[in-house]
Design a protein around this ligand. Structure first.
Ligand code: AKB
Length: 317
């Protein structure tokens, strides 16, 4: 991984991943790909090249790959689960037509490709606890349909054309830098903003709904480590279960109350998000990722909560 293109570089994952690779991979050029209306700002803009890269424009992707001699593409363009339910055709266009554009460029120009999958690739008939690496994947949301298809298409390009595709199934990601938007797990970010601002939190997800969650530093580490993994050790490719913590709204609220004893939360559930959450696993089994490329998370709920609060205080107060 030397010359990297991050497509969707101004989103929740992209904004931090671009900076981490720029800082940590010596001699790398990391191009921040963005679409008009979501321009990079601040350090993301000043610390390296930025280019308009629309996944729906294969020619544009190919030009940027040639211009910077790109060897690795992080494809982070996506509509998250709740938004994808509102705009299913747009989600299909970005997630599937966008992916095939990227895979075609990668095939021609010999790039490795990371396209994240998600807990959303599972559905109601998947075992909910200790969800195995290889299991039933019959999601009921458009987001999930595109995620399963992403996994299959990425594996297809590896087996058929030798394109070095690899990825992970991300849990809900929690971070203080860039807000997510339109996801089912967004509540687990928003709850921290409410606590630090001293506001009551209105939770859109019902009590007792468990989902896998992960702190952003662990997610970024996974996205880089999987692309640097020894290919001879990889039995799987698209995509690996990765896990670090699983909780329901009561449990995260209790972790926050260790810092803000008066923190208040009430429920007003969102039927779209709740239906999606009810179809997702409680907790994935990530033993294949641990065995095949040494995945280990660093943060649990308490250490994440402490770090989120310290950083959000600096950001918001
Ligand atoms: C979402 O909630 O849509 C995403 C995801 C779990 O993939 N955060």
């Amino acid at each position: 991984m030397k010359n990297v293109l991050v497509i969707g570089s101004t989103g929740q994952i992209g904004s931090e991943l671009t900076m981490k690779i720029r800082r940590e991979v010596a001699g790398s050029t990391v191009v921040a790909g963005y679409i008009p209306g979501a321009e990079p700002k601040g350090e993301l803009l000043t610390s390296g090249p930025a280019e308009v890269v629309d996944v729906c424009n294969g020619k544009q992707i190919a030009e940027i790959v040639d211009k910077y001699q790109i060897d690795t593409i992080y494809n982070l363009a996506a509509l998250l689960s709740a938004t994808a339910e509102r705009f299913p055709l747009k989600a299909w266009d970005i997630q599937m037509n966008g992916l095939i554009n990227i895979l075609e460029v990668a095939r021609e120009k010999h790039c490795a490709v990371f396209t994240p999958s998600s807990i959303g690739s599972f559905g109601p008939s998947t075992p909910r606890d200790n969800t195995p690496q290889d299991t039933v994947q019959r999601p009921t949301s458009m987001y999930g349909v595109t995620k399963v298809a992403t996994e299959l298409l990425s594996d297809y390009y590896y087996h058929k054309f030798g394109v070095d595709t690899r990825s992970v199934r991300f849990p809900g990601l929690i971070s203080y830098t860039t807000l997510p938007g339109g996801g089912t797990t967004d509540y687990a970010v928003e709850i921290y903003y409410a606590a630090v601002k001293g506001e009551e939190f209105v939770c859109p997800i019902a009590k007792g709904t468990y989902m896998d969650m992960m702190y952003m530093p662990d997610a970024l580490k996974a996205a880089i480590d999987i692309m640097n993994a020894d290919p001879s050790k990889l039995v799987h490719r698209n995509s690996f279960n990765i896990a670090s913590m699983s909780f329901d709204p009561e449990i995260i609220a209790a972790a926050i109350r260790k810092h803000y004893p008066d923190f208040k939360m009430r429920y007003e559930f969102d039927p779209v998000r709740q239906a999606i959450a009810d179809s997702w696993p409680n907790r994935m089994d990530d033993s294949c990722a641990r065995e095949e490329w040494g995945w280990t998370p660093s943060y649990d709920l308490d250490s994440m909560t402490e770090d989120m609060i310290v950083n959000l205080k600096k950001k918001l107060l």
